[in-house]
Ligand binder design. Structure first.
Ligand SMILES: Nc1ncnc2c1ncn2[C@@H]1O[C@H](COP(=O)(O)OP(=O)(O)OP(=O)(O)O)[C@@H](O)[C@H]1O
Ligand SMILES: [Mg+2]
Length: 293
């Protein structure tokens, strides 16, 4: 409803992790490069952790987009960690296009092994991607480790990407999973955006939504500072705040979002009470403004 008012073609702060809205911040780019390199170079296990709402699922979708043009890559994408080991295997096989119904666990493993060996012999890459991996039980993580044993003398047949919230790091530190931990070839963390990246993020999302020279007018720098203060650089919170602040501005028929509109949204969403977890960096609005961003 506010799109026409702000001359936008689409909602700039939609919460769907849509690769078309990807803003390649330094950190996001680094993590995406690590994922791509890990899979392409057959590194085996790659683990990415990040706080809630920092963009992990979006990065996975960007990775899958990169794979789309490559005929030599097949992937299974699991986003529900609350499965039993057999259900998990059934899901993975189905996603690879293999028949999985009414098969015992050993039959599933046998079929998967054959599939991987055949792809490996043709020099093809096969990837298992698990989002929300912090939900996986220790037993399932151990099963996944066993899948990584499917290898030839000189190559890993299955590339495994585990992505999840910081609890995943804690799980991987457990004594029971120390064999898995030792197998991790690449491990990286997605941090929230810093102040400059937050400003760039807001501006870019507005640009992607069709805003042009009016971007700085819609979100002036003191408003961006307020958003950063409340969201602490977490993209999902930035989106929620900006979207609701835009609605407030529209309701007041104001072509610019004022800092107090952002404060009101943060209060309504009780953000200051909840966004502290793991985001130790707190920057007051005054110091942010002094930094000249
Ligand atoms: N680099 C980015 N460019 C554009 N949008 C982003 C970026 N990073 C995150 N977002 C946006 O932030 C929101 C949250 O992203 P996403 O769902 O990927 O987070 P997540 O880390 O997977 O969260 P959760 O821990 O809850 O699973 C989405 O709307 C996504 O589009
Ligand atoms: Mg996610």
């Amino acid at each position: 409803m506010y799109k026409a008012f702000f001359h936008l073609a689409r909602n700039p702060f939609d919460l769907t992790p849509d690769p078309r809205c990807f803003v390649p911040s330094g950190r996001h780019n680094e993590v995406l490069a690590t994922l791509y390199y890990g899979v392409r170079r057959h590194k085996g296990f790659v683990v990415v952790t990040g706080e809630i709402g920092t963009g992990k699922t979006l990065l996975l979708r960007c990775l899958l987009d990169l794979f789309k043009g490559s005929r030599d890559i097949a992937y299974a994408y699991v986003f529900n960690g609350l499965l039993s080991p057999t259900e998990f295997l059934q899901y993975v096989l189905s996603d690879f296009g293999l028949s999985a119904s009414n098969k015992s666990k050993w039959e599933l493993l046998l079929d998967l092994g054959k599939f991987l060996a055949s792809r490996g012999s043709m020099g093809q890459t096969t990837v298992l991607i698990v989002d929300e991996a912090h939900h996986l039980s220790e037993d399932l993580l151990e099963e996944i480790r066993l899948l990584s044993n499917l290898e030839t003398t000189n190559d890993k047949l299955l590339q495994i990407v585990l992505v999840g919230q910081p609890e995943l790091d804690e799980k991987l530190d457990s004594v029971k999973l120390r064999q898995l931990k030792q197998r991790i070839a690449l491990r990286t963390h997605l941090s929230p955006l810093n102040a400059a990246e937050t400003a760039e993020y807001i501006s870019e999302r507005l640009r992607i939504a069709g805003a042009d020279s009016n971007r700085a007018a819609i979100f002036p720098s003191e408003t961006v500072a307020a958003v950063f203060h409340h969201a602490q650089g977490v993209p999902r919170l930035i989106n929620t705040i900006c979207e609701n602040a835009l609605i407030n501005a529209y309701a007041r028929q104001s072509s610019s979002v004022a800092p107090d509109m952002v404060d009101d949204v943060a209060k309504e969403f009780r953000l200051d009470a909840t966004n502290g977890r793991g985001n130790e960096r707190t920057l007051t609005r005054a110091s942010w403004m002094r930094s000249g961003l």
